[in-house]
Design a protein around this ligand. Structure first.
Ligand code: SAM
Ligand code: FES
Length: 348
């Protein structure tokens, strides 16, 4: 194991067979070594900084039906909401006062927000906060739409590929195209965005062979950011009875991703903090270097319910900000409130 980990550390690459061998045979001792190497790698690239992003969940309407997701179209129990342009700007102003220099606008695929509306929102945020980065995470759109948002000033786009196993993808995403999702990621890169992809961990039926596909796909795409988090069941979805993912498997994969893509921005996700009270700290120690505290108005937090038990739904943004900073410091890292761009990215 140690030889494989050393190779991954030095060459930032393992082939499919080697990755599978690593995943199949990892022990507590080799995991410790893997995490140490991943931590060393992130320190070499970004020192011990943790970048902060303010997350704004601006709509929980969604036309899609991802079977794991609590805001899927056919969940009749979801209490739907949308934020207006004014509400979004209000939240950004508050985020700015708290020191955030990145605003992540995330939502379901909601056709109420036409391309023109998204352009209006992005332009308005950029006009008020020209030195802040705007990240969009609103699903699959056409090349032209992505280009319009980019030209309006959007800097980054998060679109997890969810799973690189075509078969598993098909099972989990009725009436959706795996090929289109992957094409969207290449389109976003082509346009010039800082692109974030990623996948869910321990989905029902997911195997180590599937993770190898995820890891090799990420290596090929070479995104600027990678978001991975454990699958967590939601009571109003077809997967309500399935088991949740674990911190152990998620942190192993975080460390491997850090070694495969040494410069990548890698969040310790809210989902990781949900399955374990110290999940995000464990993620940071495994090579993650981003956190995304919630900026959404308290009145809507509980409604953006992707999975059960989501943390931080009752805290004011200022409390969240303080809480997360304390946790980051206690784990031995420092908060960095700059834009936190990937070191290899320049706007085209
Ligand atoms: N609609 C956009 C999209 O498709 O990219 C962004 C919103 S979507 C809710 C954000 C992410 O939440 C997804 O990429 C998925 O990985 C994650 N997610 C959804 N349901 C989840 C669950 N039950 N457990 C863990 N993560 C989940
Ligand atoms: Fe659309 Fe989850 S099904 S965001």
């Amino acid at each position: 194991m140690k030889k494989l980990i050393d190779k991954l550390f030095k060459e930032n690459y393992l082939n499919g067979q080697e990755l599978l061998e690593l995943l199949n045979n990892i022990t507590e001792e080799s995991k410790e070594y893997l995490m140490q190497k991943a931590h060393e790698t992130s320190i070499n690239t970004y020192s011990n900084k943790v970048f902060m992003r303010g997350l704004i969940e601006f709509t929980n309407y969604c036309k899609r039906n991802c079977v794991y997701c609590g805001i899927r179209a056919s969940n009749k129990n979801a209490d739907r909401y949308r934020l207006s342009l004014e509400e979004i700007l209000y939240v950004c102003d508050m985020g700015d006062r708290l020191g955030y220099k990145t605003f992540v606008l995330q939502g379901g695929e909601d056709d109420y927000y036409t391309d023109d509306k998204i352009v209006e929102i992005v332009s308005a945020i950029k006009e008020k906060h020209p030195n802040s980065a705007v990240t969009l995470s609103i699903g699959e759109k056409s090349y032209e739409a992505y280009k319009k948002y980019y030209d309006a000033g959007a800097d980054r786009y998060l679109l997890r590929h969810e799973t690189a196993s075509r078969e598993l993808y098909k099972k989990l995403h009725p009436n959706a195209s795996f090929e289109n999702r992957i094409q969207c990621l290449w389109n976003l890169k082509d346009i010039g965005y800082q692109v974030g992809s990623g996948f869910m961990v321990q989905l029902p039926g997911q195997t180590n062979e599937d993770y190898v596909k995820d890891l090799l796909f990420l290596k090929k795409l070479s995104p600027h950011m990678v978001g991975i988090g454990p699958f967590i069941s939601h009571k109003d979805t077809p997967l309500r009875k399935e088991k949740n993912g674990t911190v152990e498997v998620t942190t192993t994969l975080l460390s491997i991703i850090r070694l495969l893509l040494p410069d990548v921005l890698l969040p310790a996700t809210t989902a990781l903090g949900t399955i374990d009270p110290l999940g995000r700290e464990k993620g940071l120690k495994a090579g993650a270097n981003v956190v995304m505290p919630n900026l959404s108005p308290i009145s809507v937090r509980k409604k953006y319910s992707l999975y059960d038990g989501k943390i931080c739904t009752g805290d004011e943004a200022a409390e969240c900000r303080k809480c997360i900073e304390g946790r980051i410091n206690k784990a031995g890292f420092t908060v960095d409130l700059s834009r936190g761009d990937n070191i290899n990215w320049r706007r085209k």
